[in-house]
Design a protein around this ligand. Structure first.
Ligand SMILES: C[S@@+](CC[C@H](N)C(=O)[O-])C[C@H]1O[C@@H](n2cnc3c(N)ncnc32)[C@H](O)[C@@H]1O
Length: 361
């Protein structure tokens, strides 16, 4: 086993451990609140009686989420062909000392299930994926071509809903993702979940702040809203694991690249744009929607540049793209709790950029 393999193995096991630690870690957070309650004066405790019951109900929701997580990681040890990972254990010391931000990613994976696969995510999906799907439908009309010949790549595909929707419309679509949190969960939803709304999660159980009613925090979200296996016969839909910059090196491989809330995930956005340009066929289209929330901007030890949208456009044009459609100020949300007192809304940009059929084109 070389160094790369062993690092990959270690990373894989770290993510599995984070999923496994979810239940224990979440119960510990509740126990801290229960412990604090017990230290309060008796008359305060009496006033907080219903809050105490609310904490007990949180434990029930956590147990349910933990059961979904158990299903998500059930077969991941043999998820990738030709690599078998040793089952990973999670002990108390690990939960207390090393879990760090990984546990937040487990929680955000649960919220991502809502965005992509729950009826509650419908509005968010239509804001974010709707304009992309609409333009791709227009650019590649089904009465004028065989859509199976149109290859579309969705880099940074998250839990795969946009890629699934494009495959459902007849395109040969590949989603690409490098986060194991996302890959484990998308593998579960796409390959294991059957029957609309057959499962549920409690996505907001960890967020006590900005809640109007206790019941808002404990409300479930069912999923999947559609049967993910319900694709037309002969559909071509795949998910490819790996870093977008490393695995897509073949020139002129795709008719279309669709990016949603993705291009700001780069240390160097220019390399993302260059790769998109390279892998598009001449005459192909890049369709993008999202904000510019540069992921590495405030991460210690990570290099980052944060060009403005105007600069991103001129970089795209400098690489050779021609922008053919452009809109700004699209109200969009990302894994938003719709009943929270605090809501984030992005004024996203949306554009279609063409790789000219010839350089002069
Ligand atoms: C903000 S999320 C958006 C996910 C999805 N497109 C959506 O709209 O819900 C960005 C995703 O891109 C993935 N990602 C970031 N950099 C990547 C890279 N270099 N290669 C593959 N995936 C990447 C992240 O893991 C994350 O799931």
């Amino acid at each position: 086993m070389d160094d790369n393999d062993s690092q990959e193995r270690e990373h894989f096991q770290r993510i599995v451990r984070a999923f496994k630690a979810y239940r224990q870690h979440s119960h510990q957070r509740v126990a801290e609140r229960e412990g604090y309650l017990k230290t309060l004066p008796p008359h305060h405790q009496a006033l907080l009686e219903s809050y105490k019951k609310h904490l007990a109900l949180q434990r029930v929701c956590i147990d349910h989420n933990a059961e979904i997580i158990r299903l998500i990681i059930k077969d991941v040890d043999c998820m990738f062909e030709n690599v078998h990972h040793q089952p990973s254990n999670c002990d108390e010391e690990y939960v207390n000392t090393q879990l760090g931000p990984d546990i937040e990613k487990v929680q955000s994976t649960i919220r991502q299930i809502v965005r992509d696969w729950s009826p509650c995510g419908e509005q968010e999906r239509s804001q974010c994926y709707g304009p992309i799907i609409h333009q791709i439908d227009r650019l590649f009309p089904k009465d004028k071509m065989n859509r199976q010949d149109v290859k579309i790549l969705v880099p940074g595909a998250g839990l795969g809903r946009l890629a699934y929707e494009l495959a459902k419309r007849g395109f040969a679509c590949q989603g690409n993702e490098f986060s194991l949190f996302m890959l484990f969960a998308s593998n579960f939803v796409l390959n294991k979940c059957r029957g609309p709304n057959s499962l549920r999660v409690y996505p907001w159980v960890h967020t006590g702040s900005n809640t109007i009613n206790n019941s808002d925090q404990l409300r479930p979200a069912t999923f999947p809203d559609v049967d993910p296996s319900d694709l037309p016969p002969n559909s071509e839909f795949t998910m490819a694991a790996g870093d977008f910059l490393e695995i897509y090196t073949t020139e002129a491989a795709f008719e279309c690249v669709a990016t949603c809330f993705f291009i700001d995930c780069a240390n160097n956005i220019v390399s993302f744009l260059e790769t998109i340009y390279k892998i598009l066929k001449p005459g192909g289209y890049w369709v993008n929607l999202g904000p510019l929330l540069y992921h590495f901007a405030d991460q210690p030890g990570e290099p980052s540049i944060e060009p403005s949208y105007e600069e991103v456009k001129s970089i795209a044009e400098g690489i050779g793209f021609k922008i053919t459609v452009e809109e700004s100020g699209l109200k969009t949300a990302y894994t938003q709790n719709t009943l929270s007192m605090l809501k984030y809304e992005y004024q996203s940009v949306f554009f279609v950029a063409c790789k000219p059929a010839s350089r002069s084109g």
